[in-house]
Structure formats: structure tokens, C-alpha cells
Write a protein that binds this ligand. Structure first.
Ligand code: CO
Length: 150
């Protein structure tokens, strides 16, 4: 079955990203790694390091979008766990063959040039889980910008 590498991040939906980042920094000593707007997912997010764990706080860009309505309905709080895989396409193929319930039949763009796919919560005892293939260029060369356009 799928070969998981490690926990990539814990994602938490928030209503006010800047306020949430301040809370995590002041109350948990979190270090802000980066912020990013991911148009394809309709969110603005901040990645923070807390003792080696990456916490991803995200806010919907548009409250009327699918993700915006979902957050409004479910409320702010823990949204999903993300686990890194070497090859998200191969992982999805294995899941399809095993009839694992999927949100995404095909990988889609994630943050930081990653590729991601979500499993349906019933696939993992009620928790929403994402599999993420980190930026390949980055992990192979250590610098994605340099490897592009050359
Ligand atoms: Co995620």
C-alpha cells in the first residue's frame, strides 16, 4: 500500500489569518515559515513551525466559495492532516484500485508547488486527510526557482 514519508502539516481553518498567526507566535512560540495565497484552493495560508511540526493556518479568500462556506458551516478549527508521499499519482492509483473513498480522483496544485489530493473522511475513521507530493524540483535540487526556465 501507499508509502508515507511523514506528517507534512496539520491544517487549521481560521477566520482571521493575521490574528491567528499572532496567537500561534505569542502563545506557542511558533516561527512563521512563509505565507502564500493559493488561488487554486481559494485560500491564503501561513505555515508555521512549532517544535518541528508544520502548522498551516488558512483563511478562505472568498466567504462565498466552497471552502469559505465549508469553514462558515463547520467553524474554525482543525481541518485536515497531510502526509507526504513520494508520488501522489501512484498513491491515488493504489487507492482507486483498493476502492478507497477519494475527494480528488486526480492530484491538484497545492502550496509551494506541491501536488495534493484529499481522501474522503470515511477513508480514515472520520478525519480529513491529504496526501502531498512536495515540490520535486525543490527536493532534488534544493532550489525550485533555479531549475525552472533554465
Ligand atoms: Co493541507
Amino acid at each position: 500500500m501507499a508509502t508515507m514519508r511523514a506528517l507534512d502539516h496539520i491544517a487549521i481553518a481560521v477566520l482571521d489569518l493575521d490574528a491567528a498567526v499572532t496567537q500561534y507566535r505569542e502563545r506557542l512560540g511558533a516561527n512563521l515559515i512563509e505565507t502564500e495565497t493559493v488561488e487554486s484552493q481559494g485560500v491564503r495560508l501561513a505555515k508555521l513551525d512549532v517544535g518541528g511540526v508544520t502548522i498551516e493556518l488558512f483563511q478562505a479568500l472568498d466567504p462565498e466559495s466552497r471552502i469559505g462556506r465549508s469553514i462558515a458551516k463547520r467553524g474554525a478549527g482543525i481541518h485536515h492532516l497531510a502526509f507526504a508521499v513520494d508520488d501522489v499519482d501512484a498513491t491515488l492509483e493504489e487507492y482507486r484500485e483498493a476502492d478507497v473513498p477519494l475527494v480528488d480522483e486526480h492530484a491538484r496544485p497545492g502550496s509551494a508547488n506541491s501536488r495534493v489530493a484529499f481522501l474522503r473522511p470515511e477513508a480514515l475513521a472520520g478525519a480529513l486527510v491529504e496526501v502531498v507530493e512536495p515540490d520535486r524540483a525543490k527536493s532534488e535540487t534544493g532550489n525550485s526557482e533555479e531549475s525552472e526556465g533554465s
